[in-house]
Design a protein around this ligand. Structure first.
Ligand code: F6P
Length: 555
């Protein structure tokens, strides 16, 4: 009798747990001594991206066992199901077909009717977006006084903000300067107000981006922006249609808001919010960097989709990146993971990945609803690597917690100046080396030779300079950040998250955890307006509401 899928998975996990115990005392440096080819053997490349994971706390045997885990978890079958447009989002009975958003329409897409028809539907919307971009960028789309558009304000939050904002920032060098692009997400009116202060209503175009068109923050910001515009147009409501477009899968709600159908760019319920920048949600990208750059971004993502589908698991970048993460999180118990881009253009990548990874895999139950045996998504954090060096790297080098990191390195800058590129790359590679190597007590003592210290004073000073090392990192290297490379990089992380979800047996495509806070906020709103019953809330919350009211009353 053959073993059940659950017991095959359990024994793959058990083998990894045994192996993790065996490897616990082995240092990464020793693994390099044992395997002279390690740097090459523990690397893979695709789509212009080179992944060096040789500075991870893992051996070739670890990789073998992790690949066995992926197989035991039926990764190939899950991947096929996702690309075929099957309802891999089981709790919401939906497909997760973001790969169709960048699938060339003339080429067959594997699988179901949905997967076959989706690229054509996508192309129709993209054609409308291209025409709209032409009109706006070519100054044929004008505002209520006949002024061409100068400022584009994307109003959205979560996936309707983080993706396009991150990409626009990354592709600044592709902007011809015709349009300025702003992103408003926070319900704190300081966000909207400061953007509006920099814009002229006669030449400002608002994109209301919301998949559901029911998100409170977005609708509130959109209403305030609309009031600002209508006031500037002397109360003429007709001005709205010259200045507001919407991107949504809820077309009736856009109409109810007063945005006419020709100004609405649709997408589908099979596009998750955090996977939506390739859809019409990317309208701000196409306006800012141009349609060619947007298409190139999609081509890069599609190249990674093909690689994910076709490359053997041991050479497959998303699979490797995912398994390394599973190893660090689930077997080595590292609770956090740092993303450290050394490319200035990727300043917003960590924030984008926080949603992608933590909203997807920050779950406590498996697909069947059973409590997970080990925690899934780590806390993902990070910022520009070079800046981080002068801030939190201290903790990464000497704190007692071990923080695995992705160090993202461009060989060449988007906007080079003499001397900067070498300084940047030297810093990035030095940090990866320092994380692994550390500094022993003997080395620390030696570094103090000539300092005049001796005895206890020397010993004490040396101890403060010791770095344990053996801290894991991977380097992701590419030549220069182009739209294609960026597209591949984003798709790499999207698929990484999917592979991890398969290993942890969770559904990465729902996000019920965000709902309770939204519901409670709704019931607190009346209390802040001095109406309603506070009884449903706890004593601390009631006290805080009372204090807010008192502060506002100037007491
Ligand atoms: O509250 C979480 C969330 O639903 C995200 O998943 C989503 O990206 C974001 O809110 C915005 O949602 P929408 O695009 O529907 O406004």
């Amino acid at each position: 009798m053959s073993a059940s899928p659950a017991s095959v998975r359990a024994s793959a996990w058990a083998a990894l747990e045994r192996h993790a115990r065996e490897l616990a005392a082995t240092r990464i440096a020793a693994l390099f001594e044992d395997a002279p080819e390690r740097a090459r053997d523990m690397s893979a490349s695709a789509c212009g991206l080179y992944l060096d994971y040789s500075k991870q706390r893992m051996s070739a045997r670890t990789r073998e066992l992790l690949l066995a885990l992926a197989e035991a978890c039926a990764l190939a079958t899950w991947r096929e199901r996702m690309f075929a447009g099957e309802a891999v989002n089981g709790t919401e009975d939906r497909a997760a077909l973001h790969v169709a958003l960048r699938w060339p329409p003339g080429q067959p897409m594997p699988g179901s009717t949905l997967a076959r028809s989706a690229p054509q539907e996508v192309e129709q919307v993209l054609a409308r977006i291209a025409a709209f971009c032409d009109a706006v960028r070519g100054a044929r789309w004008t505002g209520f006084t006949g002024e061409p558009v100068r400022d584009v304000v994307n109003i959205g939050i979560g996936g309707s903000d983080l993706g396009p904002a991150m990409v626009c920032r990354a592709l600044q060098a592709w902007s011809d300067g015709r349009l300025r692009c702003h992103f408003v997400s926070n319900v704190d009116s300081t966000d909207l107000a400061s953007v509006l202060a920099a814009c002229d209503p006669r030449s400002t175009l608002f994109i209301v981006a919301s998949k559901t068109f029911s998100t409170e923050e977005t609708l509130l910001n959109a209403r305030s922006a609309r009031a600002w515009l209508v006031a500037a147009a002397g109360g003429d409501e007709a001005a709205v249609q010259r200045h507001f477009v919407a991107v949504s899968s809820a077309l009736e709600r856009c109409a109810a808001f007063g945005i006419p159908a020709p100004n609405v760019f649709g997408f589908w319920d099979w596009v998750g919010g955090r996977y939506s920048l390739w859809s019409a949600i990317g309208l701000s990208i196409a306006l800012f960097a141009g349609m060619d750059a947007f298409r190139a971004l999609q081509r890069g993502a599609h190249a990674m989709d093909r690689h994910f589908l076709e490359a053997p698991a041991a050479m497959n970048l998303p699979v490797l990146l995912a398994l390394i993460g599973v190893w660090n999180r689930s077997l080595l118990d590292c609770p956090t993971h740092a993303v450290l881009p050394y490319d200035h253009a990727l300043a917003l990548l960590p924030a984008y990945l926080q949603q992608l990874e933590m909203e997807s895999n920050g779950k406590g139950v498996d697909r069947a609803g059973a409590t997970l045996q080990r925690p899934a998504a780590p806390v993902l954090w990070g910022t520009l690597g070079n800046n981080g060096q002068h801030a939190f790297y201290q903790m990464m080098h000497q704190g007692l917690d071990s923080v695995p990191a992705d160090i993202i390195v461009p060989a060449a800058s988007q906007q080079p100046l003499p001397g900067h590129e070498d300084a940047l790359v030297a810093n990035a590679l030095a940090q990866a080396e320092a994380f692994m190597r550390g500094r022993s007590l003997d080395e620390a003592r030696a570094s103090l030779a000539g300092s005049g210290l001796d005895g206890d004073a020397l010993e004490r000073a040396a101890r403060h300079r010791v770095m344990p090392g053996n801290r894991a990192s991977s380097v992701l290297l590419y030549r220069r950040l182009t739209p294609e490379v960026l597209g591949s990089l984003i798709a790499l992380y999207e698929h990484k998250v999917f592979v991890q979800a398969v290993c942890w047996d969770i559904n990465p495509f729902d996000q019920f955890g965000v709902e309770l806070g939204k519901e409670l906020a709704k019931s607190l709103r009346p209390l802040l307006e001095g109406r309603g019953e506070a009884g449903a809330h706890d004593a601390s919350t009631r006290e805080l509401v009372a204090r807010v009211l008192a502060l506002r009353a100037g007491q």
